[in-house]
Design a protein around this ligand. Structure first.
Ligand SMILES: C[S@@+](CC[C@H](N)C(=O)[O-])C[C@H]1O[C@@H](n2cnc3c(N)ncnc32)[C@H](O)[C@@H]1O
Length: 393
């Protein structure tokens, strides 16, 4: 048995759910409000707003901290897989998906009749392609690739919500990180960390231990007011019938017009490993910001900190592997000395997943902001590094 309750036939205004990494909602919320979208509800890893399918183009282009922009197509009740199939078959998929197209179904399922969510995906996909075959005489291909139409099913108990995942690939994949190296920070997390610091490009941004350069690259994009979505040329919405290409081109052109060409501050990124700096440079070049970042190979403690103030932000290893901890402890201790001796007049930030190691810095953190790097609970610790003689304890 199924019961269709709401249907967004003409793709008018609907609920839009934006997913994000756990703990990032405060920053996503700020972004949405700045873009003048209402915040209807929040969970730990997502925010509901509302708008048209056209609005999803702007969200995909502009958001720095969101992962996926899901546009609600229909909500209904379904008790089991057969009911799901019957309900999905009622939807006019032929109006949205080309018969010679390709689609992927993703899901989050918590229903007592379903043991493996892949079964729900298959039932949902079968209904979509059967419907299109019946109406058009041809069925679209389907599979796991998320680079074309992506349909997302959220099924909790007897309630189903079907969304178009208008992002396709998650927005964290900006496309610039061709060389990720080890332990890179996710692009959306890096953006959230910078937004959490309040840095907006008006003061210097110093990033020793830059690794693949994610923080410095995201900082450059923020300082330029350049939306990260300009870097990508493929999104889920582009593969839906009725994609408003001229609106997309207008949005991109407008965003380019509003972006700055030069910076009012300095961005410096260094790492002790030459290969890391080479990778960071290449990634920055792909992002179109290499010329705005001063790269250097050096120990973090040798990183230049120019006059003028700003932020110094470090993301050292957390030392998950035993045996390395002692080595890393020395680095954390040294970070405290570097902050005190070389970064006066700046605000220091340490992003780490190991709070015991963070204590070795030996400075009192003014703020501690919780983040998650995958499943690892992390903190962004903020240290005020006073100019002059004031003692840090
Ligand atoms: C966790 S990774 C940083 C990842 C980076 N945020 C990214 O997104 O790619 C830590 C980096 O610190 C660097 N590092 C370790 N010890 C260092 C030291 N003494 N001086 C400078 N860099 C160091 C490593 O080479 C590594 O690239």
């Amino acid at each position: 048995m199924y019961r269709i309750e709401k249907e967004n036939k003409g793709m008018g205004k609907s609920r839009i759910l934006i997913t994000c990494a756990k703990g990032i909602t405060p920053f996503l919320r700020e972004e949405l409000l700045l873009l003048r979208f209402p915040v209807l509800s929040e969970t730990i890893a997502g925010i509901a707003t509302e708008g048209t399918i056209e609005d999803t183009l702007r969200l995909n282009l502009m958001l720095r901290t969101g992962h996926r922009v899901l546009f609600l197509l229909k909500e209904f009740a379904a008790r089991d897989a057969e009911a799901l199939y019957d309900a999905v078959l009622q939807i006019a998929w032929e109006e949205h998906i080309a018969a010679d197209g390709y689609l992927c179904v993703t899901s989050s399922v918590d229903n007592p009749s379903i043991r493996d969510s892949r079964y729900a995906n298959v039932k949902c996909k079968d209904a979509i392609v059967d419907r299109i075959k019946e109406k058009c005489g041809q069925r679209p291909d389907s599979g796991p690739d998320q680079d074309r139409v992506v349909v997302n099913l959220y099924w909790k108990d007897n309630r189903c919500s079907l969304y178009f995942d208008t992002s396709g690939e998650p927005l964290s994949r900006r496309g610039y990180r061709k060389i990720p190296l080890t332990a890179p920070m996710q692009e959306t997390l890096a953006a959230a960390v910078i937004l959490a610091s309040g840095w907006n490009g008006n003061r210097n941004f110093i990033n020793p231990m830059c690794g693949s350069g994610t923080l410095a690259i995201e900082a450059a994009l923020i300082a330029l007011n350049r939306p990260p979505g300009l870097l990508r040329n493929n999104y889920g919405f582009m593969h839906l019938k009725g994609f408003n290409e001229s609106l997309w081109n207008d949005l991109r052109a407008q965003a380019k017009k509003e972006a700055k060409k030069t910076l009012d501050c300095r961005i410096i990124a260094t790492d002790i490993r030459r290969e890391a700096v080479e990778a960071a440079k290449k990634n920055a070049a792909t992002a179109g910001v290499e010329h705005l970042i001063k790269f250097d190979v050096c120990d973090y403690s040798e990183t230049t900190v120019p006059d003028g103030g700003g932020i110094v932000i470090l993301n050292p290893e957390y030392g998950e592997r035993m045996g390395k901890i002692k080595e890393i402890e020395i680095v954390y201790k040294g970070i405290g000395d570097y902050f005190k001796q070389k970064c006066r007049g700046y605000t220091g930030y340490l992003f780490t997943g190991n709070l015991e190691l963070a204590k070795k810095v030996g400075l009192r953190a003014k703020r501690r902001i919780q983040f998650f790097n995958g499943s690892i609970e992390c903190r962004l610790l903020e240290y005020e590094l006073y100019e002059g003689s004031r003692k840090n304890t």
